[in-house]
Design a protein. Structure first.
Length: 156
C-alpha cells in the first residue's frame, strides 16, 4: 500500500501548494473573524462577539496544524501578512458594518475556505495521503458547521 512517504513527488507538491492555500485562507479568515469580533455592535452583540471569538481561536489552532502538515510533507509553510493576503484572495471588509454584514462576509469567506479545503482533500486522496485527507475532512466539517450557524443567525 502506498503511503504519503512513498507517493510520487508531483502529487505531493500539488498537495503542499493546496495545503498552503488552505493555510492562507485560514489565516485570512482568522483575521477577518477577529475584526468582526472587535467591532460587532447591536442587539446580537453578546452572541456574535462570543461566537466570533470561538471561531478565531479555533482557527489559530488549526493554522498551526495545517502548517505542520505542510512541513511533514517535506515542503515549507508560507507566511507573512502580505503573502497570506495575496494567496487567500479573500474580500476584506472595514468596520463599521452591520451585524448581518459581518455574518454574510464571514459566510462567504468560510465558503471559499471549504472549496479550497475540498481541493486539498481530493489531492490528498490522489497522493495516497490519508493523514492530509483526514485533516482536510475535519476542516471542511468544521467550516460547514460554522456556515450553518452563521446562516441560522441571519434567520432570526
Amino acid at each position: 500500500m502506498k503511503t504519503a512517504k512513498t507517493a510520487s513527488a508531483e502529487p505531493r507538491s500539488s498537495l503542499s501548494q493546496s495545503l498552503n492555500q488552505v493555510l492562507a485562507d485560514s489565516y485570512a479568515l482568522m483575521a477577518l473573524t477577529h475584526l468582526a469580533h472587535w467591532n460587532v455592535e447591536g442587539q446580537g452583540f453578546f452572541a456574535l462577539h462570543t461566537a466570533f471569538q470561538t471561531q478565531y481561536e479555533e482557527l489559530f489552532t488549526a493554522i498551526d496544524e495545517i502548517a505542520e502538515r505542510v512541513r511533514a510533507l517535506g515542503a515549507y509553510a508560507i507566511g507573512g501578512l502580505t503573502r497570506f493576503a495575496q494567496i487567500a484572495q479573500m474580500k476584506e471588509f472595514a468596520a463599521p458594518i452591520s451585524q448581518e454584514g459581518y455574518v454574510r462576509a464571514l459566510i462567504t469567506a468560510n465558503d471559499k475556505l471549504i472549496a479550497d479545503a475540498a481541493r486539498a482533500r481530493d489531492l490528498a486522496g490522489d497522493a495516497n495521503d490519508p493523514e492530509s485527507q483526514d485533516l482536510m475532512i475535519g476542516r471542511i466539517t468544521l467550516h460547514q458547521k460554522t456556515v450553518w450557524m452563521l446562516k441560522s443567525f441571519l434567520k432570526s
